[in-house]
Design a protein around this ligand. Structure first.
Ligand SMILES: [Zn+2]
Length: 298
């Protein structure tokens, strides 16, 4: 079975600094070395991925994006400013989305077909996002976790790739992130915190479970997970208060937990399973279920 590999391309330092202080600082150069490490790993395993690229990062580091595209990976959109959709009006979301799409298309000379929302923030009350994406000419979205979670997810949403018929006659594919039921909990397994902390044998078991259910592994990673240096929010940055310093120390601590295991774990996945980009997956799929979105959303 062919699986889907996605990378959210953003600068960890810039986004964590904003979460700590509330202020936007320039993107850090660390992202270039992180991307190089990741590209080297993907090349070694002859694997193509989709890079959901943040517009403001592409603006700061256009050559990083060009390098990724030149290696044959798909450049898709992660929006411009990394703001969760529930904090934006429909118009603000549309503007953010358009800006990032135009910028990425200018950079690569290729149409941008896919979108992933900041913090996977397409939820029941922001499903209108899918309509906007279809109106702007996107082919697919990959932002939904079919689970109940404090910050994201739509419990009960179809956990497989579906082409949704939207209001107004438009259509959009949704590629939900992989989740697996382990005991009483349904959790995201193919990326993020659980993936960082789970041992390889448990990850292998979870991936086997997905395939037994005829589900592709829809995996997600970030360049910062492949940095050879420990992540340090204070690299090139001085917080203005003790409260910010303490919050920064907390991020440094929990974001480095298990992080050193990520390159080995991704390499193990790539050795065992065949992965490709979202676009190549959709182009190669024989039959994808179609249904109306609003029967899904209830
Ligand atoms: Zn992100």
């Amino acid at each position: 079975m062919t699986n889907i590999l996605t990378i959210d391309l953003e600068d960890w330092h810039q986004l964590i600094r904003r979460r700590v202080s509330g202020n936007l600082s320039p993107a850090s150069a660390a992202v270039a070395r992180q991307v190089d490490a990741l590209l080297e790993l993907l090349e070694r395993h002859r694997t193509q991925a989709t890079f959901f690229t943040l517009g403001m990062l592409a603006e700061a580091y256009p050559n990083v994006v060009k390098r990724i595209a030149a290696q044959g990976h798909e450049i898709a959109s992660h929006g411009y400013a990394h703001l969760p959709t529930h904090r934006l009006s429909r118009q603000e979301f549309t503007d953010d989305c358009k800006r990032a799409k135009a910028l990425l298309e200018d950079l690569t000379g290729q149409p941008v077909r896919g979108y992933r929302a900041a913090e996977f923030s397409v939820r029941s009350r922001t499903l209108w996002v899918l309509e906007v994406l279809a109106e702007l000419g996107f082919l697919y979205d990959s932002s939904i976790f079919p689970i109940r979670h404090r910050r994201y997810g739509i419990p009960g949403f179809a956990p497989r790739v579906v082409q949704y018929a939207l209001r107004g006659g438009k259509q959009l594919f949704e590629i939900p992130l992989a989740t697996v039921s382990l005991g009483p909990a349904t959790i995201p397994v193919a990326g993020g915190g659980y993936f960082r902390l789970m041992p390889v044998w448990l990850i292998r078991q979870a991936m086997g479970k997905l395939h037994a259910d005829q589900q592709p592994i829809v995996a997600y990673f970030h360049p910062y997970e492949f940095d050879s240096r420990p992540l340090d929010v204070f690299e090139d940055w001085q917080p203005s208060s003790w409260a910010h310093r303490l919050r920064g120390v907390r991020f440094n601590w929990h974001q480095n937990l298990g992080r050193g295991t990520m390159p080995g774990k991704l390499a193990d996945l790539l050795l065992r399973h065949r992965f490709t980009s979202c676009l190549a997956f959709l182009q190669g799929a024989h039959q994808i279920e179609r249904r109306a979105l609003f029967s899904e959303a209830g």
